[in-house]
Design a protein around this ligand. Structure first.
Ligand SMILES: *Cc1c(COP(=O)(O)O)cnc(C)c1O
Length: 453
């Protein structure tokens, strides 16, 4: 056995396709419904918001979808991303398990998000889109799409959740650097934003509200499209470049994971790593345990209901069947902005319902503790969101130690925390709030779920 810590794939071996798990699902996804007619929607219903190529990917049943050459050329700036063996962390934990991590913090904006941002900007450009609108939580998605839109010369308006807009000014400035416009949401620019501000001028915003604002602006203009950084099938598929590379890198390491771990906000980085391995499980019966880590303050998979709901607070999107805390639920503000979403990707929800994914919820403090431990062992400061995956991986490794098991763990370190050091500061100064999940509020929001016969 080699004692390598770093597995770099050659550029020439970079995967040329994305993986579409729809082809291998044991049971098909429930249809997306029109909010008015409650009938399954067709491509025409989505055409005002998305380019046809992405709509085609959203409903495709093909297992492999080619990554266009221009997208692969841009990916080459940071892909293939490295896979590391966390030998120092293993030692610090004194575990019998082997721990590997795939590091997506090497991208230009420091997370996995450019994997789909570049693809979405490319397909929009091909179909003549002049302007894109989107929402962003902590600003990871907004800055990634701003980077991608600057490459393809597309104008970009970003609605940024107000609490993050105020707490995290640096990501806003990255968006400005790439030429994008960034507005605090709720804003006075849209009907949904105005209505919310009228009722509650101090509303700090949520991803659900920001989505409503961005969708409204795109729907009213023919040359403007909307883009989402997570949740949708095509977004998750673009992220599978991560897992496709990881499969090859695990082969280089002469190993195969028994346990996969990722953090889930909308589900995209988790799916990017997990879906290609889950595909192997479904096709080749290669067993694997897959753990989705979410915050206790927004416990969509562990406490939510698997039901049809809106993707946004303004109730403008189609209805999707997913784990949800209710589209009117306002998750409390935490430092893991990227994980504050009332819903979850339909594909992740479906696979959790089928028992292929095991969800776990963790508190803020235990996650930062894990993040600091990881940083001291491996020298990389994880994004607050990513600390949930670190915590999940450390727990799995300690479980192996307890049972004397020599399992192999692989987790997705989906981003670095360099713009989130205020969060670490709050952790060090004991200023992190306890995890407040208001079950009564969620139950109230769940009572308002659309009634589907
Ligand atoms: C956006 C983001 C997330 C949450 O989104 P997913 O779609 O669940 O991946 C998690 N981590 C980081 C670093 C992010 O930027």
């Amino acid at each position: 056995m080699s004692d390598k810590i770093k597995y770099f794939l050659e550029e020439s071996k970079m995967p040329k396709t994305w993986y579409n798990i729809a082809a291998d699902l044991p049971k098909p996804l429930s249809p997306v419904l029109h909010p008015g007619t409650l009938k399954p929607i067709g491509p025409d219903d989505l055409a005002p918001l998305f380019p046809m190529a992405l709509i085609g990917q959203e409903v495709s049943q093909d297992r492999e979808i080619e990554i266009p050459e221009p997208v692969r050329e841009i990916y080459k700036q940071w892909r293939p991303s490295p896979l590391y063996r966390a030998r120092k962390l293993e030692k610090a934990l004194d575990t019998t398990a082997k721990i590997y991590y795939k590091y997506e913090g090497v991208s230009p904006t420091g997370s996995h998000k450019p994997n789909t941002a570049v693809a979405q900007a490319f397909f929009n450009k091909e179909e003549g889109t002049k302007k894109i609108t989107t929402e962003t939580g902590a600003g990871q998605w907004g800055s990634s799409l701003a980077f991608a839109c600057s490459i393809f010369k597309i104008e970009l308006d970003v609605y940024m959740v107000k609490v993050s807009y105020e707490q995290k000014p640096y990501r806003k400035m990255i968006m400005q650097t790439f030429g994008a416009n960034c507005y605090a949401s709720p804003s006075n620019r849209t009907p949904t934003g105005k209505a919310i501000l009228e009722k509650d001028p101090n509303n700090t915003g949520s991803l659900g509200i920001a989505i409503s604002e961005a969708v409204e602006m795109a729907a009213q203009d023919d040359h403007t499209k909307y883009s989402l950084g997570s949740v949708l099938n095509h977004v998750l598929m673009h992220q599978t470049i991560v897992g496709n590379e990881a499969i090859m890198q695990m082969e280089m390491a002469d190993d195969y994971p028994d346990i996969l771990v990722g953090c889930t906000g909308g589900g995209s980085n988790f799916s990017g790593l997990a879906f290609p391995f889950l595909g192997k499980k479904f096709r080749e019966k290669k067993d694997i345990k897959v753990i989705a880590c979410e915050p206790k303050s927004c416990p969509t998979l562990t406490k939510g209901k698997f039901a049809y709901d809106f993707g946004d607070t303004g109730m403008r999107t189609p209805l999707v069947k997913m784990h949800t805390l209710g589209s009117s639920f306002m998750p409390p503000s935490t430092h893991s902005g990227g994980l504050r979403y009332h819903g979850m990707a339909p594909l992740v929800s479906h696979l959790t319902d089928l028992g292929a994914i095991e969800p776990k919820a963790f508190g803020q403090k235990e996650c930062f503790e894990a993040g600091v431990k990881f940083a001291n062992a491996e020298g990389i400061v994880p994004a607050p969101e990513a600390t949930h995956a670190v915590k999940g991986a450390i727990d799995a490794a300690l479980e192996c130690k307890k049972n004397g098991e020599k399992k192999t763990i692989l987790f997705n370190l989906c981003g670095h925390g360099h713009f989130d050091m205020q969060a670490y500061g709050d952790y060090f100064n004991n200023k992190l709030s306890d995890d407040r999940y208001n079950e009564a509020d969620a139950n109230k929001a769940l009572e308002k779920l659309p009634k589907i016969a």
